[in-house]
Write a protein that binds this ligand. Structure first.
Ligand code: SPD
Length: 271
C-alpha cells in the first residue's frame, strides 16, 4: 500500500503522492535529499520536502527551460547551467551540436550522486566530454569567476525558500549578467504564476531592472503545485519569437514536448 508523501505549500495547500518505497534519503551539508518511487509519477527527486523532478513529467520542465533559449541566442557555443543536479537540463543543452562547452555549477554533490544512481533515465549526458561539472556555490561563481563569458545562461534552481532563495536575488542576477555575452540569452525557472504569484511577480520586476527584454512563458508541469509553471527568457538585444529554424529542426525529432509551433505559443500570456 505504501504511504503518502506531502509537499506542503502553505497552511491550506499541499500536493500528495502515493509512494511505493524510499530509494534514497540523505542529509547533505546543504539540504535533505530523497529519491522516492511513486505510483503516479515514477521516481521523484525531493529536496527539503519539495518535489524537484519526476520520471513521469521531467521532459516538460527541462525542454521548456532549455530550448527557447538555445534556439534564439545568436551563438550557443558556451553554455552555463546553474543548479540542475538531476542532469535533465544539461541533457537538453547537449542535444545541440553547436554547444562546445557546458559548464554546470551545482552546490550539492549529493543531489548529483543520488540522481546518477536512481534517476538514470533523466541524467543521460553525464559522460558527454563537453560537460564541465563543478561542485561550487553558484552565487560565488557568478560574482567572482574569471572564466570567459557565456552565450547562454540557464538557472535551474529550487523554490525561493531556504538555501535556494538566493538564486532569486538581484545580486545574483547581476552576477549572471556579468557572465553573459552582451547579446547572450538567459533563461530561468520562475515559479508558478498562480500558487507563487508574489515570487513570480518579484522576479519579473527584478529582471526588468537588468535586461531590456524580459519575457515570461508558461507550460504544464503536473508535479509542481497547480500544474502551471513559468520560465523567463531575458536578453538585452534578442527577440524570443525569432528562433533559429535549423537548430529547431536538428533536435525536434528527439523531443517529447518542445516544437516550433509550441515555441511561438508559449510566449502568449493570459490577460
Ligand atoms: N517547485 C519546485 C521547483 C523546482 C524547479 N527546479 C527543478 C529542478 C529540475 N531539474
Amino acid at each position: 500500500m505504501g504511504f503518502w508523501y506531502d509537499e506542503t505549500f502553505d497552511d491550506h495547500t499541499r500536493l500528495s503522492l502515493r509512494v511505493n518505497e524510499t530509494l534514497f534519503s540523505g542529509q547533505s551539508d546543504f539540504q535533505k535529499v530523497e529519491v522516492i518511487d511513486t505510483v503516479g509519477f515514477g521516481r521523484v527527486l525531493v529536496v527539503d520536502g519539495v518535489f524537484m523532478t519526476s520520471e513521469y513529467d521531467e521532459f516538460l520542465y527541462h525542454e521548456m527551460l532549455v530550448h527557447p533559449a538555445l534556439t534564439t541566442a545568436p551563438r550557443i557555443e558556451r553554455v552555463l547551467v546553474i543548479g540542475g543536479g538531476d542532469g535533465g537540463t544539461v541533457r537538453e543543452v547537449l542535444r545541440h551540436a553547436e554547444v562546445r562547452e557546458c559548464v554546470m555549477i551545482e552546490i550539492d554533490e549529493m543531489v548529483v550522486e543520488a540522481s546518477k544512481q536512481y534517476l538514470q533515465s533523466i541524467g543521460t549526458a553525464w559522460d558527454d566530454p563537453r560537460l564541465d561539472l563543478r561542485f561550487i556555490d553558484g552565487i560565488d561563481y557568478v560574482k567572482t569567476s574569471r572564466d570567459d563569458k557565456f552565450d547562454v545562461i540557464l538557472i535551474d534552481g529550487t523554490d525561493p525558500i531556504g538555501p535556494g532563495a538566493v538564486l532569486f536575488d538581484e545580486d545574483f542576477f547581476v552576477g549572471c549578467k556579468r557572465m553573459l555575452e552582451d547579446d547572450g540569452v538567459m533563461a530561468l525557472q520562475s515559479e508558478s504564476p498562480l500558487l507563487m504569484m508574489d515570487a513570480f511577480a518579484d522576479v519579473q520586476r527584478t529582471l526588468r531592472k537588468l535586461f531590456a527584454e524580459v519575457h515570461p512563458y508558461l507550460g504544464p508541469v503536473p508535479l509542481y503545485g497547480t500544474g502551471t509553471w513559468s520560465w523567463t527568457w531575458c536578453s538585452d538585444t534578442g527577440e524570443p519569437l525569432r528562433p533559429n529554424h535549423e537548430r529547431q529542426d536538428a533536435i525536434v525529432e528527439a523531443l517529447k514536448s518542445y516544437n516550433p509551433d509550441l515555441h511561438q505559443a508559449i510566449f502568449a500570456l493570459p490577460t
